[in-house]
Design a binder for this molecule. Sequence first.
Ligand SMILES: [Zn+2]
Length: 321
Amino acid sequence: MQRRPSAQLDSGGAPLRSGVLPGDPPTFDLQSHSLHSDGALAPREVVALAVAAGVELLALTDHDTVDGVEEAVQAAAELGIRVVPAVEISAIDSGGRDLHILGYGVDHHDPGFAERLHGYRADRDRRAWAMVDALRELGFALEDDRLRNRADHDQSIGRPHIAEAVVAHPANDARLRAEGRTDSSSFLKGYLIEGRAAFRPRQRPSVAGAIESIHDAGGSAIWAHPFWDISSAAEVLETIDRFRGLGIDGIEGFYTTHTRIQTNLVADHCAELGLLCTGSSDFHGPNHRAFSRFRAFATYGRTPTLGPIRAAARPLAVARP
Ligand SMILES: [Zn+2]
C-alpha cells in the first residue's frame, strides 16, 4: 500500500472524484493485539506487520495488560514508526454487559496501574473457571490441558477458548451433534452468552473504574467499537452520553465493522460533545477470521480527532523526510 504523508491524517472533506476518500485508508491504527492477550504474534512481529502495511501511528492494546508495550515501543523505534502505550480494559456496564475501554498514553511503567490490571485479570480468570465448572455441572467434558496451558503462560482464558475445549473433547460428540452445536461458536452462543446456562458475569472493573484507572495512569479513556457491542443507534448515543458523565474522553467511531451510517452517527455525536473520535482495524493476527489486516477501516471522509493520543506516541520524535 502507498504511504501517505502524516499531514493527511487530519484531512477530511469531500469525496474525491474517484470515490476514494481523503485519509482512507488511514495511516494510524489504534488497536492491535499480541500474544500477551488474544493475538497470534509477538509485539515485535505485530509492529513489523503494521510497518509493512503502511501504518505510521500504532497502538498495541492487549486486553487488561501492558506487558507487551515496551517491546512494541522498542520495535517501533527501530522500524521508524510510532507506538502509543495503550491497553484495552474489559469493563462491566450497568446491567452486566461487558464493554471495552481503551486507555491511550498510559504510563505502562506505573506500578499502581499494573496492580490494578492484575486485579482485573484475576477477576477474569475467576470468571472463566466459574464457567468451566458450570459446564461440568451440565455434564460436559472439557479438554482441560488447553486451558491450563493458557493459564500457565499467563494468557487470558476467554469464552472462545472454553467453547473450543468443550467441542474438542470426544466425550461430548454425540450430545453436541444432537443439539446441533458441533462448532465452538455455536456452542458459545448456546451456553456462554448472557442468559445462557453456563454464563457467568465479570464482577470488575465497572466502566467508571476502568476510566479512573486509565486517568490515574495519565491516559485518555476511549470507548472501543460501540457498534460491535451494541446494535441500536439510540442505545449507542445514550451510552456515549452516559459514559461522558463518567469522564470518557472519546469514542472509537472509526472501526473495521462500522458502516458509513454508524461512523457518521458517532463522529457527529463526538463533535457535538467535544469528544475525541479514534479508529482501528483491531488486528489480531494475519490468519484471524475477522481482524487480520491493518488499516482495514474507513473514515468515510470524516476527520479523526486524536488529540493528546498522537502526542503520547513513542518515540517522541522521529525524523521523517
Ligand atoms: Zn475490544
